[in-house]
Design a protein around this ligand. Structure first.
Ligand SMILES: [Zn+2]
Length: 196
């Protein structure tokens, strides 16, 4: 049975690179996938998914894909040539878009693999991530580490070397505005080792 996957991680946990690798693995076997990102993520430009390690691939927007699927995929047979749907920045999907992805899995038998952040800069769930936690069949963490070596799960928004704790949930200021920290160092506000 196909499944709805949510692979979540903090900033810098190579989620985009993982999404691009999974796409590559399918392509290598001659299988077609739909690679998507939500339209709100304009940080990296139009219809392209970039990883900071230097790889990228063209993608569609989630809303465009849903429009396509609604128009063309009525039965399982219609979607037979699609091996998977892969979504980056999935935390920016709306809850109803996540519900639609569950329909893709359940009724059209296409696996949907979502990569995204769990929480925002205040460590609150993004609405899309919340819905994915509620619905996903498989939930996996993509690990990354804090400067101290502990598992990083907090996304700190940084301005002038300090953690910003108030503001809008979505702030597309680029990856340089964020750092991933363990919970202890997020709460302490220590974004780097203290000077000796
Ligand atoms: Zn730490």
């Amino acid at each position: 049975m196909p499944k709805l996957y949510f692979r979540y991680g903090a900033m810098g946990s190579s989620k985009s690179a993982n999404a691009l690798m999974v796409r590559y693995n399918y392509a290598e076997r001659g299988q077609k996938v739909h690679l998507l990102k939500p339209r709100t993520d304009t940080r990296d430009g139009e219809r392209v998914i970039f990883s900071r390690i230097g790889i990228s691939a063209p993608c569609e927007y989630v809303d465009e894909f849903i429009e396509f699927a609604e128009a063309n995929w009525h039965t399982r047979e219609d979607a037979l040539d699609c091996a998977a749907v892969i979504i980056d920045e999935a935390q920016f999907m709306t809850p109803s878009q996540v519900d639609y992805m569950a329909h893709i899995v359940d009724d059209l038998y296409v696996p949907v693999i979502c990569y995204g952040l769990r929480t925002d800069f205040q460590q609150k769930l993004f609405p899309g991530a919340l819905r994915l936690f509620e619905l996903a069949d498989v939930i996996e963490q993509v690990p990354t580490v804090c400067w101290c070596g502990a598992r990083a799960q907090c996304n700190a928004r940084i301005k002038d070397g300090h953690i910003v704790r108030e503001g809008e949930q979505v702030f597309l200021g680029g990856n340089e505005s964020y750092i991933s920290l363990c919970r202890r160092h997020f709460l302490q506000g220590l974004i780097a080792p203290p000077a000796e």
